[in-house]
Design a protein around this ligand. Sequence first.
Ligand code: MLC
Ligand code: AMP
Length: 494
Amino acid sequence: MSKDSFPQLRNNSSKTALVEGDRSYTYAEVNQRIDRFASGLLADKQDLEEERIAFFLPASLDYVTTMHGVWRAGGIAVPLNVASAVAELDHYLNCASVTRLVTSPDYLESLQALCNDLNVQLLTVDEVIASEATALPEIGEDRRAMMLFTSGTTNKPKGVVSTHKTIRAQITTLLDAWAWSENDVIPLFLPLHHIHGIINILSCGLWAGATVHLFAKFDIPKITDEVIAGTYNVFMAVPTIYVKLIQYFESIDAERVIRICDGFRAMRLNISGSAACPVKLFNQWQELTGQVLLERYGMTEIGMGISNPYDGERRAGYVGQPLPGVQCQLFNEDNEPVSEEGTAGEIRIKGDNVFLEYWDNEKATRESFKDDWFCTGDVAVVEDGYYRIMGRSSVDIIKSGGYKLSALEIEGVLLTHEAIVEVAVIGVEDETWGEAVVAVIGLRDGASLDYDELKSWCDGKMSAYKIPKAIKIVDALPRNAMGKVTKPALKELL
Ligand code: MLC
Ligand code: AMP
């Protein structure tokens, strides 16, 4: 495969690729470390032949080393959510038949028992790295490269598999569309088990030869200090981050607010995505910083599909137009293409950017495509040439802080609580999170439950961001004639 088809670090110079805390690493250093890691993974093998190697690592040099090392050695990279409860990892490791899990020394103790149970080898990056690089395999671009987990409407996340070609297409369309260059400097604070952080920020940045500053979490004081210092010229985030920045401005002195806003004003680009950017937020951000947010639409299965333009009108409340190389068509409920403006339809996508398959789930893969179009489940309308996302039909998908959460998955965990006999989890409109998770609960006779008690019970059983923000106890959940809980009716009860 030509070097150009591989999702790689294209620069090999003394230019800074990554900044982590007070350390920085050049492209040459990172590349060399990746080669040694890939060699260590291979040991005496020629090629990992799509072995699934998972990693549980925050944004760090080690993360980049592992991701690219797995790619260069011919494996499938399975990045895990470091905010996951250990109990949730079981599904990912099993589903992907992971053989090795790479982590940092900090997590070894908490992961060891699970790895023993599943017969997965647990390793640190330093344990894998070989003393010198050996020959690495040639890898065809149609080979599987990465598996990310996404919450569907079923209660267990599915493994979305992309090939090297998919990843390259997802990266290269954005490099042109958003005018990436090696002069760019971007902070990365989003989680690295989703495409927003992995593709749009980390992979685009490294492919462009830019500099990526890595943060294990969204550390507002530190990141805004750097914004004041003029460190970054590009900023990409979910709407909740912009809301949190505005809330932060309300808690600090006016002079610092001005300096932070000036820092944003000087940037070449601020992007919002992963969830709808409310028009109010779009306007507030423009008033504060002069930045006209570029909103775009994407999905784990397709990378980015639709984007407002870099040059040209960025319209509040709209996601723009299909990106170059991405075919996009709306379809009505009768499965017919919608061609006129103003008529809503489901977004369907074709192109090299579309994933290969759901891992080990031929049925789900088959059902998600119609006539070679990938069916996103998102409904949109075109108005004056721009797409507007109207939402997705399932009430069982909650959109919170840029995450897509499965209500059924959360219900499944809550039902294991001894006081709970029935539960419905719903998303309730919320200014900060987009939607906040709320659980409506029916209790066993004579049982009682308060919110704090439930919240601490949930700790360790699910990622913190899935834990309901509020609960409501009811005598009985409203059900339809089929006995199914009517969630829209529930929202009216709150
Ligand atoms: C954190 N909390 C959340 C939450 N994240 N609650 C609801 N929804 C969320 N998403 C809760 C925690 O449980 C905690 O609760 C409190 O908020 C503070 O936690 P924190 O970790 O300190 O919060 P913070 O760092 O501010 O995190 C907010 C965030 C994070 C916005 C940075 O949620 C995040 O990184 N979201 C982005 C997810 C993402 O990358 N999505 C892209 C998917 S890809 P308590 O009670 O303990 O105080 C995709 C395709 C595409 O969708 O188009 O991009
Ligand atoms: P995920 O499955 O986690 O990759 O999340 C993808 C989903 O996020 C999409 O199917 C959309 O529902 C939603 N999404 C992404 N970007 C936007 C946006 N700009 N506006 C509205 N929804 C969005």
